[in-house]
Design a protein around this ligand. Sequence first.
Ligand code: SF4
Length: 156
Amino acid sequence: MAGAPLTDVKAITDPLGYKIRGDWLHGAALHVADRGGVFPETIDELRRLPGVGRYTAGAVMNFAHHRDAPVLDTNVARLLRRHFGVAGPARARTRQLWDLASTVIPKGKGYLINQALMDIGAVICRARTPRCHVCPLRRSCVFRPEESGRGQKTPA
Ligand code: SF4
């Protein structure tokens, strides 16, 4: 990709709906090629790639390198917010959620714990109808679905 003109890359990525991502991919390929073809393996190095933010860097560290790093997608953020009762202004809340996403990872278990959090967030701690009655985290969770009027509508 680094050897290809950007127009060739975008001819493939644009029709897929990845407009700006074509630019980022090409820029990242050039960055990696400049480093002798060595792909970054730290969060800081990954974030120097075009288009790579905190979430993507953490995801690559986890999914590609199986290293301990927080991955705060929408589902995990909702789960952590409910479980730990995170409240307050959006910016402070986001910061706290990232901190929690780091601290809940037992050493060396980042890949497994993130897979579990994403699965629980997607299929159990659902946005509208959390299934607290089947949730493995229910004993330590501060969320009270009965007080919010949610969580009891979905059968097991
Ligand atoms: S107990 Fe309910 S609110 Fe708490 S993490 Fe599980 S599904 Fe989410």
